[in-house]
Design a protein. Structure first.
Length: 77
């Protein structure tokens, strides 16, 4: 998947537990886990905004894009 989720690293840097973030943001720990694992199909901007506010970070601190390598069968747009 070309979108990389760095949420675990940001949580570690902020000395915050997933449970605490989920409570602050107003989502379940299960939904936060899905997001952290990269299995989420989408994320609402309101959720992303709440996460960034809670962690005092920018969306780019949490999300990164990695282009697939075309030599390994990945598509490029």
């Amino acid at each position: 998947m070309p979108i990389i989720i760095n949420l675990d690293q940001v949580l570690t840097d902020r000395n915050m537990k997933s449970k605490e973030l989920a409570e602050i943001v107003g989502i379940t720990e299960a939904n936060l886990s899905i997001l952290k694992s990269g299995k989420a199909k989408a994320v609402r901007f309101s959720t992303l905004e709440a996460i960034c506010k809670a962690l005092d970070c920018q969306p780019g601190d949490i999300l990164a894009f990695s282009s697939p390598d075309p030599s390994h069968g990945g598509e490029r747009n």
